[in-house]
Design a protein around this ligand. Structure first.
Ligand SMILES: Cc1ncc(COP(=O)(O)O)c(C=O)c1O
Length: 469
């Protein structure tokens, strides 16, 4: 039975007020800080030698001033940057609750309630992805850890000696296939796992920056002939630079035929699976061997909250197995000790953020949020085109890459920041000239803001100050 003696509701009603006020103030304030490292270091050195205690309310007020004044405000409705979201009230409360109780999720026995809440929440999304009931899923610190897990599990499955003897026990060099648009965390993963960065084989892309399956087939065949050991292919559902979605169905077919592990990196775009308007674009994801999807991207919960789904539970168990005399003993039955099925050992209760946010908004609330952002992406594309900008990427997701004759992206960005118009970034796609990149990552971004941003950008471009001098 649950103990009813919970007394923190007054504190949480204060947190709700503080949340609403903070969001309002952020929306009315600057997005981009202008501060030098010297200014920050001098301030910290002058105030914080930690020799004497400081009243907590004073320290908290100062920490909040630093958070507000010295960071890009990623929850600002005019933040159109990388995949960092605005956060929901429920998920913010969840993170505070987790810090308050600090449950340890390494073993099931220590935190049965928290472990089962995570299992329940992951089970909901697992079904949306069309993965089978035996799927083993975990919350992770983020997309990089999820994809690292995928590579380690795929290696373990493909090369049974890998766990005991390492890569030096293998008779051929394992190789992974991905496009130049895939996330660059795979470079670090190749390095970390001992595969080496050269184990990453770059597959060509088509004009929409999607993986060219013909080139994949050619590379795999060439590598097999050269004595390498292809074992894995990465498809991205929503690339970081352009939001491109690789042809997942064709990829799944090819991977099956060739005995390759298919990992789909849906760190951002995976959330589109909830929307009946968008999920068709992810067709084929249900056939993947594993998936990365981040709750701290399009599911709008605070960092870090990644998720890793794998349809081969035995391979996950083999990859992360650990036995100790000091951890609580295993429970009988179908429960999992996360320290034996994931990279981490001590584990924060990451899943409560998504659980509470889903409980509060319901699935339909989430669909509305995701479809609103997708619609704002369309509004942005149309407004840019109408104002004479050229959209250069093709995706159903709310990520727009664009340019204009004579405009130097770096210069335009400097002016946008200087006037606190919006935060966006610059990318190069397929080795071409840099272009501007704007992604609707906030469920708070409205049509009015987008119209204003495009008008202001066009005005700056017309002034000629953003061109090459
Ligand atoms: C497509 C993609 N995959 C993986 C990652 C890495 O995720 P994280 O930053 O959560 O580790 C990112 C980060 O933006 C990403 O865009």
């Amino acid at each position: 039975m649950l103990n009813n003696g919970v007394s923190s509701s007054a504190a949480f009603s204060e947190l709700c007020d503080a949340f609403e006020n903070t969001q309002r103030e952020i929306a009315d304030g600057p997005i981009i800080p202008f501060v030098t490292p010297e200014e920050i270091r001098e301030y910290l050195t002058s105030r914080y030698d930690f020799r004497n205690p400081m009243p907590l309310d004073e320290a908290v007020a100062d920490a909040e001033r630093m958070l507000r004044g010295w960071n890009v405000q990623i929850t600002h409705p005019r933040y159109l940057g990388l995949f960092n979201p605005s956060v929901t009230l429920a998920s913010t409360i969840a993170d505070t609750l987790v810090a308050l109780y600090n449950p340890q999720l390494a073993s099931w026995r220590t935190s049965p309630g928290s472990n089962e809440i995570e299992r329940h929440t992951l089970g909901w999304l697992r079904q949306k992805f069309g993965f089978p009931a035996e799927t083993l899923a975990s919350f992770t610190t983020g997309g990089a850890e999820s994809s690292l897990s995928a590579v380690v599990v795929a290696l373990t499955q493909a090369f049974p000696n890998y766990g005991e003897d390492g890569l030096r026990g293998l008779h051929a060099k394992p190789t992974i296939y991905l496009t130049g648009e895939a996330h660059h965390s795979f470079e670090k993963i190749a390095h970390l796992t001992g595969l080496g960065r050269r184990a990453l084989r770059r597959v060509a892309t088509d004009s929409d920056l999607k993986m060219d399956i013909g080139d994949l087939a050619r590379l795999v065949a060439e590598d097999r002939n050269a004595g390498l050991a292809p074992f894995m292919v990465i498809g991205t559902a929503g690339t970081t630079a352009a939001g491109a979605i690789d042809p997942l169905e064709e990829l799944a077919r090819f991977a099956k035929l060739q005995g390759l592990w298919l990992h789909v990196d849906g760190a951002w775009g995976g959330a589109a699976i909830l929307s009946s308007r968008l999920r068709g674009y992810l067709q084929g994801i249900e056939q993947a061997d594993s998936i990365t999807c981040d709750a701290h991207k399009w599911f709008s919960v605070p960092m870090g909250a990644g998720m890793f789904f794998c349809r081969h539970p035995e391979a996950v168990r083999a990859a992360f197995r650990a036995e100790t005399p000091y951890m609580p003993g295993k429970m009988a039955g179908a429960v999992v000790d996360p320290y034996t099925t994931s990279v981490e050992w001590s584990r924060r209760f990451i899943g409560l953020k998504l659980f509470l946010a889903l409980a509060e908004r319901g699935e339909s609330g989430y669909v509305d949020m995701i479809e609103h952002q997708a619609r704002m992406g369309d509004v942005l594309r149309e407004a840019l085109t109408h104002a004479g900008w050229k959209v250069v990427n093709k995706t159903p997701l709310p990520l727009v890459c664009f340019t204009r004759e004579g405009v130097v992206p770096g210069k335009l960005l400097a002016r946008l920041y200087e006037h606190q118009i919006a935060y966006m970034s610059e990318v190069t796609l397929g080795g071409h000239e840099p272009v501007l990149r704007a992604c609707v990552t906030s469920f708070r971004t409205t049509e009015r803001e987008i119209g204003w941003i495009v008008r202001e950008m066009s005005r700056l471009a017309a002034l000629g100050e953003t061109a090459n001098s």
